[in-house]
Design a protein around this ligand. Structure first.
Ligand code: 13P
Length: 279
């Protein structure tokens, strides 16, 4: 059984000065592709799903599949709730055996984000689960339906936030955004360095799609220990479906399904190789 706490993977990343990839999944093909990449490269990963995605991919169906995939994998895998929006969803995910949860309070005033995060921490502690929180505003729209302007994390506030909430890892905003970047982002490595120098807490980079290998490596050298990849995998699956369907007169599900899994596998493997190389 290889379902592990996310905190153990953060420790693994810290000891190797690398980052663990957290790969969003929305169906069985994506789970199969991500786990295959982890097993083949013999590298631990995090399987995650955001609450917003549960309209298309209900937690009741996804959770048992994700947990079972982790349990049966030959490498350690954590299962994480990404961008939880409600305590109800946090509780449900923990009940299903997720080993890590995030409630995104980044749009709330500082004190409210702290209070909510403490509540999540109390709930997660009952299961021995890991807690991620976010401070500052990551651009794009993974958390809810609105598009958000980027607001860089304040390093002093980040220190106070981590001390008062005792979270396991902190998602920072350093010019990153969810979704495909219209132009290559200019990540604020100066801000990241300041945060890294102040905090003991492992740092998380959201909005991984479209960031270059060099930028990932620089971010990892400045304390990023978990990196989220969502859009690149969803796009890989959708493009594989489009490519196959437009190449034949009558698409066949049993041919399509492995093609989608393979496209996600390729994307996850590419990112694993960047994140796990020595820095
Ligand atoms: P991307 O969709 O940009 O890869 O972002 C993933 C993410 O941060 C999920 O929380």
């Amino acid at each position: 059984m290889s379902l592990v706490k996310m905190s153990s993977l953060l420790e693994y990343a810290e000891s190797r000065k690398c980052a663990v990839g957290a790969f969003s999944v929305g169906n069985m093909e994506m789970v199969i592709g991500a786990v295959k990449a982890a097993e083949e490269t013999e590298t631990p990963i995090i399987l995650q799903i955001a609450e917003k995605r549960m309209k298309q991919s209900p937690l009741e169906l996804m959770a048992p599949m994700m947990v079972s995939a982790a349990e049966n994998a030959s490498v350690p895998i954590a299962v994480h709730l990404d961008h939880g929006l409600t305590m109800e969803c946090i509780e449900k995910a923990l009940g299903y055996g997720f080993t890590s949860v995030m409630l995104d309070g980044s749009l709330l005033p500082f004190e409210e984000n702290i209070e909510l995060t403490k509540k999540v921490k109390r709930a997660a502690d009952k299961y021995g689960a890991t807690v991620e929180a976010e401070l500052g505003v990551v651009g794009g729209n993974e958390g809810d339906s609105a598009k958000h302007e980027i607001l860089c994390t304040d390093p002093d506030k980040a220190l106070e936030f981590c001390e008062r909430t005792d979270i396991d890892c902190l998602a920072v905003a350093i010019g990153n955004a969810h979704g495909n970047y219209p132009v290559l982002p200019e990540l604020r490595f100066d801000v990241l360095e300041e945060i890294y120098n102040k905090l003991e807490t492992p740092l998380v980079l959201h909005g991984g799609t479209g960031i270059t290998a060099e930028m990932f490596k620089k971010a990892i050298s400045l304390g990023i220990r978990k990196i989220n990849i969502a859009t690149a995998s969803f796009d890989a699956a959708a493009n594989a479906a489009k490519e196959y369907s437009s190449s034949v007169d009558k698409p066949d599900y049993f041919t399509l399904s492995p093609k989608m899994a393979e496209a996600v596998y390729e994307n996850v493997k590419r990112h694993i190789n960047i994140f796990s190389s020595k820095h």
